[in-house]
Design a protein around this ligand. Structure first.
Ligand code: ATP
Ligand code: MG
Length: 332
């Protein structure tokens, strides 16, 4: 029997280049080796979109379309929507009883996101409960391997603790301890130089960007703030232009990229020339994704894919929930 792979996306906006190197690439590699489940975590999106909930439905469709467009066909992976499976909420309520308030607040990703998203003191209880909810997202399909970006590692640790706790209560292994599989680039830098490209920060290049949008985004990108003229020696490290070239150029471009890096460090090539080269690389990378998007861009088809996958997952999740309730003696 194939092992279970599970991962999820919060529909707070469209998917971007960071998602590609953070986890889509691993999904494409592993989708047939594993029994693969992909979650559209619409309830999670309320952590940042609670005042504009109507937009979440559109984002959920957009994210599904992004995933299908990169080559994750519904015939190879199962898609499910969080809010279509109320058993996830039941499970997360049980899980939250087994995590102390202190432990929840100690989560380093929660701390980072409060800072990064400027949430101040105004974050919701649901935001703190996010990792317990995520544990239910994963364990409701008994996910064993979870391809994610580096920011999710702390949440996965929480899921493992919860699985261990329930296995201890059950006196046997009823839940897997899900392992994170971090992508080739665990955290892709944003176009503004922020360490994380994030849909919540608007420093993205979307997988659905048109050629013109890519051009505009790249031309206005942050590069090396210490370099005032093209003849000043420049920095390649930490410079998003070179980071994106390394991440998205095909192997045959390596030599050219090496040359540009040397020239840039010597102050012998301008930002504009390297940016133009990056625009070409990114547009070539996005071309097949754009093509597949046209085939899937049909709201009725997207709806059907969500419905069918969610029904399949709900059947399984009911069984997992009843196992957990049995452990808790809630089988009246
Ligand atoms: P939000 O800010 O709303 O949480 P996000 O951009 O972090 O949005 P998610 O849907 O939370 O997107 O993340 C989906 C997956 O993509 C996760 O596994 C996450 O780790 C990964 N990911 C997100 N941004 C990046 C990035 N910049 N680099 C690498 N991986 C990323
Ligand atoms: Mg996130």
């Amino acid at each position: 029997m194939k092992k279970r792979l599970m991962t999820g996306f919060t529909p707070t906006g469209k998917l971007h280049l960071g998602h590609f190197v953070g986890n889509l690439e691993n999904l494409l590699k592993l989708k047939s080796e594993y029994d693969s489940y992909l979650l559209l975590a619409d309830t999670h999106a309320l952590t940042t979109l609670k005042d504009n909930p109507a937009i979440i439905k559109q984002h959920t469709q957009d994210v599904l379309l992004d995933l299908l467009s990169v080559g994750l066909s519904e015939t190879e992976v199962t898609y499910y929507v969080e809010s279509e499976i109320p058993e996830i909420y039941e499970m997360s309520s049980f899980f939250s009883m087994y995590v102390s308030h202190n432990r929840a607040l100690r989560n380093p990703t929660i701390k980072d996101e409060i800072k990064m998203k400027g949430l101040g003191e105004q974050f919701s209880l649901g935001f703190i409960n996010y990792p317990m909810f995520q544990a239910a997202d994963i364990l409701c399909v008994k996910g064993e391997i979870v391809p994610v970006g580096i920011d999710q590692e702390a949440h996965l640790e929480q899921s493992r603790e919860i699985a261990r706790e329930f296995n201890r209560l059950a006196g046997k292994d009823i839940l897997p301890e899900p392992k994170a599989l971090i992508g080739r680039v665990g955290k892709l830098i944003g176009t503004d130089g922020n360490p994380k490209m994030s849909k919540s920060l608007g420093n993205t290049i979307y997988l659905s960007a048109t050629e013109e949008e890519v051009e505009k985004k790249v031309m206005s990108m942050y590069t090396d703030p210490t370099r005032l003229k093209a003849t000043d020696p420049g920095h390649v490290e930490g410079n998003p232009v070179f980071i994106y070239l390394d991440a998205f150029a095909p192997a045959q471009e390596r030599e050219q990229i090496g040359k540009y890096k040397e020239l840039y460090k010597l102050g012998q090539v301008g930002d504009v020339e390297v940016k133009k080269y990056l625009i070409k690389i990114l547009n070539d990378f996005l071309a097949p994704i754009r093509k597949r998007r046209e085939e899937y861009n049909n709201p009725e088809l997207l709806k059907k894919i969500m419905k069918q996958g969610s029904e399949k997952v709900q059947t399984e999740t009911r069984l997992v929930l009843s196992e957990l309730k049995q452990v808790l003696g809630m089988n009246y």
